[in-house]
Design a protein around this ligand. Structure first.
Ligand code: C2E
Ligand code: CA
Ligand code: CA
Ligand code: CA
Length: 283
């Protein structure tokens, strides 16, 4: 048993070494990639249930590294957050989103949809967050009205006057504000009326279980009722099946995002999707 224990220890230790080695490589590659602006932005449509229209898209970063291959943002965003690289990375992402907005505007035929971008906590907490975002937007002649900021429940949960003030200022500038991953932070619902919110996004961990778990269904239903009383619209993320769409529609959910309608798409693919969607809706 003793020897077994040692083997087990060696096994975990090897694993740990492998993990920390990968993190070191990831951090170094990430630094280079930021310098070279070596990322792509994919866009996932959000569908309004009432009129079956595309009400916006979420920008999601993609990274294909020569050494590591495709690395998921679920892996590299947390590393970027821990190392402070998230700030220059987010600025590269915002630049790319602005460029895509400019490009789609120059093509003329396509409506410009509001694009939502994910804002990390450490980034939002910077004192000059608003100034720096603003200066990038001005550089690309992009209006805040075209952008929505997705802040996680954890970011705003601290409920300080500082956070509220920042949000009020951003809202006044024209940005739309969403709370992302809602339901995962175990926070009380009552704090929500302090914030100037447009949307609540219910986390996909709830959505993916609503058709078979009664308690998840009850939670989602309660979130929707409460949000509507505060005049906040509700987005369900991670919607994959027609069953989920139907149930969410019955519950009064406003907006659907998920593989059921579309995976995140490259900018060009998004243009095709929008065109097809318009044709399909006119039939
Ligand atoms: P998130 O903000 O909650 O984004 C939703 C994630 O769910 C995305 O994963 C999206 O591709 C995925 N998704 C969308 N529909 C479905 C579905 O129907 N089923 C399932 N299973 N998944 C679906 P992705 O792109 O891998 O991003 C993971 C997380 O990484 C994001 O979660 C966000 O926290 C972070 N992230 C991604 N892009 C950015 C970015 O540009 N900036 C920042 N700060 N974080 C980002
Ligand atoms: Ca998001
Ligand atoms: Ca989420
Ligand atoms: Ca998330």
């Amino acid at each position: 048993a003793k020897q077994n224990g040692r083997n087990q220890y060696a096994f975990y230790f090897d694993d740990l070494k492998k993990d920390s080695k990968r993190i070191i490589i990831l951090e170094a590659e990430l630094r280079k990639a930021i310098q070279n602006k070596d990322f792509f932005i994919y866009y996932q449509p959000k569908i309004g249930l009432a009129k079956q229209d595309i009400i916006g898209v979420e920008a999601l970063v993609r990274w294909n590294n020569v050494k590591l291959g495709f690395v998921s943002p679920a892996e590299f965003i947390p590393i970027a957050e821990d190392t402070g690289l998230i700030i220059p990375l987010s600025e590269v992402i915002l630049e790319k989103v602005c460029l895509d907005i400019l490009e789609s505007r120059s093509q003329g035929k396509i409506h410009i949809l509001p694009v939502s971008i994910n804002i990390a906590s450490v980034h939002f907490q910077q004192d000059d967050f608003i100034e720096r975002i603003n200066s990038i937007l001005m550089q690309y002649n992009c209006s805040p009205h075209l952008l929505e900021l997705e802040l996680t429940e954890r970011t705003v949960m601290k409920d300080s006057d500082d956070i509220v003030n920042k949000l009020v200022k951003l809202k006044a500038m024209g940005f739309k504000i969403s709370i992302d991953d809602f339901g995962t932070g175990y926070s009380s619902l009552s704090y929500l009326n302090r914030f100037p919110l447009n949307y609540l996004k219910i986390d996909k961990s709830f959505i993916q279980q609503i058709t078979n778990l009664q308690d998840k269904q009850a939670i989602v239903e309660t979130i929707i009722l409460m949000a509507h009383r505060l005049h906040i619209k509700v987005v369900a993320e991670g919607v994959e099946t027609i069953g989920q769409v139907k149930l969410l529609q019955q519950m009064g959910c406003d907006i659907i995002q998920g593989y059921y309608y579309s995976k995140p798409l490259a900018a060009k693919e998004l243009m095709d999707f929008i065109e097809l969607w318009e044709i399909y809706r006119q039939e």
